[in-house]
Design a protein around this ligand. Structure first.
Ligand code: SF4
Ligand code: SF4
Length: 84
C-alpha cells in the first residue's frame, strides 16, 4: 500500500448503489460547494476550513458539488447492487 499525501477522504452511501466520495485533503476552502448544495450537507471544518460532510444523511446525490468544485474533491461513484 502506498500512503496517500494528505488525501483525507470521507464518503457516504446514497441509496443502494451510489456513494459520494469526498477527498477533502484537496479542498482549498473556496466555499462554492457550501453555497450551492441544496441540502446544506457541506460545511467548513472549523480549524482547517476544508469541506466536511456535516449532514451526509441529507445528500440526494444531485451532483452539483461534483460539477462545481474546481478541485475535483467530489466523486459520485456508481456501484453494482450486491445481493439478489
Ligand atoms: S468547492 Fe471544492 S475546493 Fe471549494 S470549498 Fe468546496 S470542496 Fe473545497
Ligand atoms: S450531491 Fe448534491 S446534495 Fe449531495 S453534497 Fe453534493 S450538492 Fe449536496
Amino acid at each position: 500500500m502506498v500512503a496517500s499525501r494528505e488525501a483525507v477522504t470521507q464518503e457516504i452511501q446514497i441509496g443502494p448503489t451510489r456513494r459520494l466520495v469526498v477527498t477533502s485533503g484537496w479542498c482549498k476552502s473556496c466555499g462554492i460547494c457550501m453555497e450551492i448544495c441544496p441540502q446544506d450537507v457541506l460545511e467548513a471544518e472549523k480549524v482547517t476550513g476544508k469541506v466536511i460532510l456535516a449532514a451526509g444523511e441529507a445528500c440526494t446525490g444531485c451532483g452539483l458539488c461534483e460539477l462545481f468544485c474546481p478541485d475535483y474533491v467530489f466523486t459520485i461513484q456508481e456501484e453494482e447492487a450486491v445481493g439478489a
